[in-house]
Write a protein that binds this ligand. Structure first.
Ligand code: 0O2
Length: 254
């Protein structure tokens, strides 16, 4: 027994070293995967920054020309890790960085809130006509609302992002809707996902009615704006000067 002891200790020591090496190898592999994921998220956040800048430029240009902003606000978000995992699992896709990049279109999400319905199409057309923007998909839930009453224009685009040694095309989902459509979508999302619903049919029908009323209001507001635009009386020379002077007050976003 006594004689075997050093050999047993040596075996245990070697097992321990082997186990430590395995753990280190796994940790290293895991860290590499997490770093790849971090890099992937950096690509998407860079795409968001580029698209936001493009939208802000379009908004300022419009303000300089026509003294009003077609964009009321812009929101953006990177899809959370838990939402990415949940969606990949739901669709039955293996969770790898390659699959996430290939299959998911909405990791970079930008929501553009416009004042009027015609502004939505004006902004969408101006954006997708830019040379470096590639339109991958378009869903017009304004022309064809979802059964829930949801209205919004969805664009899937890709944009080139320039890094020191490479250029990468990165996908983003852009949802463009009016203030009224956004009001409905935000509240509907909160109401539906927060609570257990006893009578889902009645709630769905009431929400659909609200969506239709809101849509009618959007059309009326746009018609009123157009009517007032058309009715603009002849401007005096002084009015024309004031109009030009007002353009000097437009913030240029520097
Ligand atoms: P989140 O947190 O907003 O990102 P997809 O699952 O995207 O592959 P689908 O159905 O083709 O499949 O996408 P769709 O319909 O073009 O867009 C999905 C997104 O639109 C949703 O994102 C919502 O943001 C929004 N949306 C669609 N329908 C409704 C609706 O009835 N009510 C509300 N409030 N929003 C809606 P996510 O992924 O659900 O979540």
């Amino acid at each position: 027994m006594e004689e075997n002891k050093p050999s047993l200790e040596l075996d245990l020591f070697e097992d321990n070293v082997a186990m430590q090496n395995t753990i280190m190898a796994h940790a290293n592999e895991l860290l590499d995967t997490l770093l790849d994921f971090k890099e992937l998220m950096f690509y998407y956040s860079s795409a968001i920054r580029e698209i936001r800048t493009k939208l802000e430029i379009l908004d300022t240009e419009f303000e300089l020309k026509y003294q009003r902003n077609p964009i009321s606000s812009i929101q953006s978000r990177l899809k959370s890790q838990v939402s990415i995992m949940e969606k990949m699992n739901r669709k039955g896709w293996e969770i790898t960085c390659e699959n996430i990049e290939e299959k998911l279109n909405d990791i970079a999400g930008i929501r553009v809130i416009c004042s009027y319905v015609d502004d939505i199409y004006r902004i969408a057309d101006a954006l997708i006509s830019q040379d470096d923007i590639e339109l991958i998909g378009k869903k017009d839930y304004i022309a064809n609302p979802k059964p829930s009453g949801y209205r919004s224009l969805h664009l899937i685009v890709s944009v080139p992002v320039y890094f020191t040694q490479s250029v990468k095309r990165v996908k983003a989902e852009i949802q463009i809707r009016t203030i009224a459509m956004d009001f409905w979508a935000s509240l509907e999302h909160q109401i539906k996902y927060k609570k257990q619903i006893n009578d889902p049919q009645s709630i769905a029908s009431q929400l659909k009615t609200c969506a239709d009323v809101i849509s009618y209001t959007d059309v009326m507001m746009q018609n009123i704006r157009k009517q007032l635009d058309d009715e603009q009386p002849e401007q005096s020379e002084l009015d024309k000067i004031y109009e030009k002077l007002k353009k000097f007050d437009v913030p240029l976003g520097e």
